[in-house]
Structure formats: C-alpha cells, structure tokens
Design a protein around this ligand. Sequence first.
Ligand code: NAI
Length: 259
Amino acid sequence: MNWLGLEGKTAVVTGAGGGIGQALARAFAGQGARVALIDRTLERTQPLAAELGNDALAIACDLSRPEDIEAAAGQVDRHGGVDILVNNAGVLRPGPLDSVSPADWSMMLSVNLTGYMLAAQAFGKGMVARGAGVLVHVASVAGSEPQPASGAYSASKAAILMLSRQLAYEWGPKGIRSNTLSPGLVRTPLSEAFYADDTTRQRREAMVPLRRIATPDDMADVALFLASPRASYVTGQDVVVDGGLTQSLMGLVPRPGYA
Ligand code: NAI
C-alpha cells in the first residue's frame, strides 16, 4: 500500500498551476504527502489546494524574483519544513538564436535555470540543516538534444542537468539526493499549440516509438519514485521519460533497401 513511503512528507512543487505541476501535486497528495503549491499567481493553485486538502498550501511566488523565493521558503518552513522539492516551473518562448533578444534570453534563464538554483538554495537550507531531503528537477530532452527556434530553452535545460549533478555531488554528504526528470513530448498548456492541428499531432505521435504523446501523469509517476525512499541510492542521474523519442535519430536517416 505505502510502498513509496511518501506519507507525511512535505513536498514543494513549483509551477504547480501548470499541466505537469498539477499532476505532480495530485500525485504527491495521493500518496499522503502534504503539498505546497507554488506558481506566479494563486489562480489555479488555490482551488487545487482546496481540492487536495491535507493542509495543502498555495503560495504566489514569481520564481524570477529571489525575494519571492525567500518569502515562499519562509512560509513553508513556518509550516514544518520541506522534505522534497520538485523544481518544475518553466517557460518557453519561440525564436531562433540569430535574433533572440537579450531580454527574452535572460527571462528564460532566470525562470528555467536561476529559479531552480535559488529554489534549491532556499528550500534546501532546512534539508541541509536536518541532513535529509530530495530534489527532483524537471528538465527536458531538449537539454541533451538541441531544440531549434526556442531561444534559450535548450541551453537552460542543459544547464539544469549539470546544476542537478553538481548539487548531487555537493549535497550528497549532507544526506540530500538530486536527480533530473527529462520529459519528451507531453500535452500540456505549454505545448497545446502543437496539438491543435491533427496532422501535426499525428506526425508527432509517429516520431515516438511508443506511438503516443505523454500525459502529465506519466511524468508524475516517475517523479514520485525519484522522490521516494525507493530511490534512496539514486542521485546525480537524469531519467528520460520520452517513450523512446530520443532513440529515433538513426531511423530518420534514409537508407535505401532497409525499409
Ligand atoms: P505549463 O506552462 O503548463 O506550466 C508551467 C507553470 O510554470 C505554469 O503554471 C506557469 O505559471 C509557471 N511559471 C512560469 N513562470 C513562472 C515564474 N516566473 N514563477 C512561478 N511560476 C512560473 O508547462 P508544463 O508543460 O507543465 O511544463 C512543466 C515543466 O516541464 C517545464 O519545466 C517544462 O519546460 C518541462 N517540459 C515540458 C514538456 C512538454 O512537452 N509540455 C516537455 C519537456 C519539458
């Protein structure tokens, strides 16, 4: 029943109002964890916290503002400290690198990368003091495969992979694990524009060996495992949850006679 052993833990989920974030929040709450839901506004997190119960907390926090992150960490600490941080809030703005503006570049890095680091610092402080805690960072397959026309997105996700590995090394002796989860194609508000058109959706599905687009729950299940004591000897790793998408490269190369 309680194989994951997450009952009674406190989990902070950033970007908890978004597609994957809501699934993460529901999944942790479903395992008996108390959740703190962080997003820019309370619009989607407040009703979700009310639905989840178990003392769930919704906090408005702009992760590009260090002072907001400090305040949010203080608020959760006053409620009893954090066992698990899931860094998940992310932004994606289109644009090729030859014309990406410094403002767009900085904005994406400030949320996708600096926001993850500052949240790890702020919510990790109590973990370090207690000598226990878990960090799960939602990265992307775009962190290891360049995603064209997406400005700083790929660079920010690649940097998360290293941020997590460095945290695993520095904080391992303090009893804290850090891993990344790299989603492939997931249908959420962030990616909804790519699925509006049926032809594009079918072409996307055909790229995935498992022949389907992931649901946010596919991501949440893996995050639960990584955050749980069942993964207690796993740190500094990237778990790719992409239905095999990143194994497709050689299949795209034309080879007459090898249909
Ligand atoms: P989403 O757009 O549905 O949710 C992202 C959430 O982050 C939103 O609720 C948004 O308000 C919040 N957020 C953005 N900037 C913020 C800020 N400055 N402060 C506080 N909250 C902020 O996106 P989705 O798809 O759920 O993405 C979650 C994570 O998964 C992101 O890190 C994304 O890069 C990653 N990902 C998503 C994929 C997909 O296909 N949807 C694929 C690979 C990775």
